[in-house]
Design a protein around this ligand. Structure first.
Ligand code: SF4
Length: 379
């Protein structure tokens, strides 16, 4: 068992040491039940099929169909796993409806993505998808590799274990000049307003650092956000309103191209009279954004700093007498799976009993080899 540090552990460590200690040092995980659909995991698998470098030159329509098929199959497998765990044969009506809605959402999102991705990708070709990497963490001044001598690591190796920074990359692509880019796909209910948060983001910084350490010519990070939604044709009015057969309500899940196609083909006269002009202008300028792609570049100096800070943070984590204390926060505690044992410690109760009854000891997710988007137990 290697000693690996991942971005999720770094965030956990900085978020609340008490929770970090329970998860990453003591391996406590809340009992997790399978969900009928892990949307992100299924969506990522479909994207991996689409960006498979071995089939990149194939007929794209065939690959698009394959990607959608892969998404559907993954959803089906997740549902089966869920039913087996629940010892049931069918989903409850409400759960089934939600499941079917989300499968349709994924298919709609993929189909929509395929309409514009060739333009986005024209200067890139995929090199590999879902790549695990690990890099030894070194003292940037002395070049010495960080070694962990905690009880677990000494059991593995009496000399201690090398500490690695590790992670998984959604996709690596190469541009026309032979530089590599790291691609990360995120599905989100709302897209980010600005790129600023990415300039400080630890994953966006540390992945290029890690690949540079491995000797790759890395140009930067492509952060792709996809809205959980896809454009649909506008609603048809029951009766013509202000001369329009189709609704011009601004809150519809549609975009310029879909709206234009529908009204110009199915309500030609009104369209030619200009009755849809205001709505079309709105959609063109302020309509829903379904995707955005940010390019983040890091200079060598910035990457050096990222490596240095990572070393300091990892070194601190390994400290034998590291003080462990809670870092309560209204937002963090609300979503923390360890709320109950945490309150137990604060009140002098038998929190070990709580941990033993509500949690299980599991291997870390990287040893379990789960997909990067799988939920990891509220760390
Ligand atoms: S409930 Fe809050 S303080 Fe307690 S472990 Fe969780 S995040 Fe930390």
């Amino acid at each position: 068992v290697p000693h690996e540090i991942h971005t999720s552990e770094r965030r956990s460590f900085r978020g609340c040491r008490r929770r970090w200690n329970w998860i990453f040092r003591e391996n406590w995980y809340p009992f997790l039940t399978a969900k009928p659909l892990e949307f992100g995991v299924a969506f990522h698998e479909a994207m991996e099929v689409y960006y498979n470098p071995e089939t990149w030159s194939w007929d794209r329509e065939v690959i698009q169909d394959l990607a959608i098929l892969c998404f559907e199959q993954k959803c089906q497998l997740q549902k089966q796993k869920y039913l087996v765990q629940k010892e049931d044969s069918v989903l409850d009506t409400e759960v089934e409806e939600d499941y079917a809605e989300r499968v349709a959402l994924g298919i709609g999102m993929l189909n929509h993505y395929f309409t514009f991705s060739p333009t986005l990708d024209k200067n890139f070709k995929p090199v590999k998808t879902e790549i695990s990497f690990r890099v030894p963490i070194k003292n940037p001044v002395t070049g010495e590799t960080l070694i962990c001598k905690c009880k677990t690591c000494l059991e593995e190796n009496p000399e201690g274990q090398i500490v690695y920074y590790a992670g998984r990359i959604d996709c690596l692509v190469e541009d026309l000049d032979g530089w590599y880019w790291i691609v990360d796909w995120k599905t989100a209910t709302q897209l980010s307003q600005t790129q600023e948060f990415l300039d400080l983001d630890d994953q966006v910084g540390s992945y290029p650092w890690a690949l540079r350490e491995l000797g790759l010519r890395i140009r930067g990070f492509l952060y792709v956000e996809l809205r959980k939604g896809f454009p649909k044709p506008p609603k048809e009015n029951v009766n013509r309103r202000l001369g329009c057969l189709f609704s011009v309500a601004k809150n519809q899940e549609t975009d310029y191209a879909t709206f234009l196609k529908t009204v110009s083909e199915q309500d030609k006269e009104a369209y030619e009279e200009g009755l849809y002009d205001a709505m079309l202008t709105f959609l063109q300028n302020d309509g829903i954004k379904y995707h955005q792609r940010f390019e983040v570049h890091k200079s060598d100096y910035q990457l050096d700093q990222i490596g240095y800070n990572l070393f300091l943070e990892a070194k601190e984590m390994l400290q034998e007498d590291l003080p462990i204390y809670p870092s309560p926060g209204r937002f963090a505690c609300n979503f923390c799976a360890f709320r109950q044992p945490c309150l137990g410690v604060n009140s002098g109760e038998d929190y070990i009993y709580t941990l033993e009854t509500l949690f299980e000891r599991r291997k870390h997710y990287y040893v379990r080899d789960e997909a990067s988007t799988e939920s990891k137990g509220g760390e």
